[in-house]
Design a protein around this ligand. Structure first.
Ligand code: 13P
Length: 252
């Protein structure tokens, strides 16, 4: 059975102190209400070490939101996969549409990042998803396929087993406009079929595919009930413990 996952992506929110408070708040709730899914907190780099220390690792895993496409050296301001790993974080989010769109991360750059993350023992939450324009032109399947082929289909099946896919339609991120559960299920099933064509049915069946984009307590249950939706990658609703728990609770 593949893993069910609810992962938060804090993006560029929270000071260190606020982030520790937030992690503590989520941890407190989960220590009284054991989650029935894997819970991950994706935090800015500077929070990682403290958040790892703050949470019970049996209840909560920690993820970075990015890592460098270079191993080490003279790359001022960058943070390597090895550095992320050394904080105790277990995951890294790569390929987010905000990184692709605002910071020019290409398929090739992301391929390097994924390779370095895996080589340093991190698991990868790899984001894919189409823009509104692409959806309106009915190109969403071609877009997600190209994103997979461009950055993760070079991996061996063994390496690919360390990848979690997050389908995040750009038009649903932070807009309050969620994909309907049927719309999401349709493309999740398609993504799984593309993985099956590349790596075989077994690998595809074992791959967790998360939905992201205005996911909240009020729509999580319906989304997560779909056979090919294995949880969520949550932005805005991961910034308050009660909101985030409302989504985790969809699995209880
Ligand atoms: P929102 O949940 O705020 O729409 O963000 C989704 C997202 O981008 C998670 O990575």
């Amino acid at each position: 059975m593949r893993q069910k996952i609810v992962a938060g992506n804090w993006k560029m929110n929270k000071t260190l102190q606020e982030g520790v408070e937030l992690a503590k708040g989520v941890n407190d709730i989960l220590s009284k209400n054991a989650p029935k899914c894997t819970v991950i907190l994706g935090t800015p780099f500077i929070h990682l070490t403290e958040v790892v220390k703050t949470v019970d690792s049996k209840l909560i895993k920690v993820s970075a939101e990015n890592c460098a496409d270079k191993e080490s050296g003279a790359y001022t301001g960058e943070v390597s996969a090895a550095m992320v790993k050394s904080t105790g974080a277990e995951y890294v989010i790569l390929g987010h549409s905000e990184r692709r769109g605002y910071y020019g991360e290409t398929y090739e750059i992301l391929k390097e990042k994924v390779k370095l993350a895996l080589a340093n023992g991190l698991k990868v939450i790899f984001c894919i998803g189409e823009s509104l324009e692409e959806r309106e032109a009915n190109k969403q399947n071609a877009v997600v396929k190209a994103e997979l082929e461009g950055s993760v289909f070079n991996l061996t099946a063994d390496e690919f087993s360390k990848i979690v896919i997050a389908y995040e339609p750009i038009w649903a991120i932070g807009t309050g406009k969620t994909a309907t559960s049927d719309q999401a299920e349709e493309i999740h099933a398609y993504i799984r079929s593309v993985i099956a064509d590349k790596y075989g049915k077994q690998v595809a069946e074992n791959t967790s595919i998360l939905y992201g984009g205005s996911c909240k307590a009020s729509n999580a249950k319906e989304l997560f009930a779909k056979p090919d939706i294995d949880g969520g990658l949550i932005g805005g609703a991961s910034l308050k413990p009660a909101d985030f728990y409302g989504i985790i609770e969809a699995y209880n």
